[in-house]
Design a protein around this ligand. Sequence first.
Ligand SMILES: C[S@@+](CC[C@H](N)C(=O)[O-])C[C@H]1O[C@@H](n2cnc3c(N)ncnc32)[C@H](O)[C@@H]1O
Length: 270
Amino acid sequence: MTTSPANSPVNTASSHSTSPVSAASSGSFWSDMKILWHMIVRQGRGQTHEERLEDFYKGQASGYDSFRKRLLHGKKDLFDQLPAPPGGVWVDLGAGTGENAENWGERLNEFSNVYLVDLSSSLLKVAQARIEQRGWQNVKAIHHDATTFLPPEGMADVVTFSYSLTMIPDWHKAVDQAIRMLKPGGVLGIVDFYVSRKYPPEGNVRHVWSTRHFWQIWFATDNVFLSGDHLPYLQSHLETVVLSERRGKVPYMPFVRAPHYVYVGRKPVV
Ligand SMILES: C[S@@+](CC[C@H](N)C(=O)[O-])C[C@H]1O[C@@H](n2cnc3c(N)ncnc32)[C@H](O)[C@@H]1O
């Protein structure tokens, strides 16, 4: 599969008997087991990053939203703290099924254009079906690599990564590209898993040895790479508006809480 050029929307040709959106959000014990099988056993194989992503996600699109709602905490919180400037452009990098667009509520209509960018065709099909179902005229699902995507306008007011930065091997490149496309004064919003550095910047949370190592190893089996460097990198390139470091439940693991952060940073106006 090749990467489509920027602003080429996902193929809309779909004739589903069950809506992919309801399949993604309907959870059951068996859909959870299927997802866990993909996460623990199958993991994600292939020669390229895109092939590994598609291999990992193609069997999970159904039940994805339901399972991830219980694993990926803080997304609504992030969106509640982001501005929706009238006529603005929002780019969601690693958008998956496009569920984040729901988090704006009515404020989604403020944007002139919204780009839901992802490399997984299976998840983008759900995003495209969601766009059609909701009748969102200003939203497009785009098959593209987050490290090189640029909206047709050339600039964005709001860029987000929600639990995608840890899945992008060239995360520096993805953050640099996000900052490049932001207008001066525009905001970057991120929610993701992480571990702290052994010696984090002053004011940031410090995780103990077991936390730092356990979660890195546990997530790495699914090609999710937790880093102590994401936050310090963001903090050194943007003006921090919001930083909240927390922990959240993991389905079927009652005694542990995985660390995640919610970050909003503003591109300096020079
Ligand atoms: C854990 S999912 C999160 C999806 C969604 N943002 C959410 O909050 O539910 C990570 C997403 O990042 C996407 N992704 C990983 N690397 C990418 C890349 N280089 N370019 C675009 N998307 C990427 C994956 O395909 C996947 O949809």
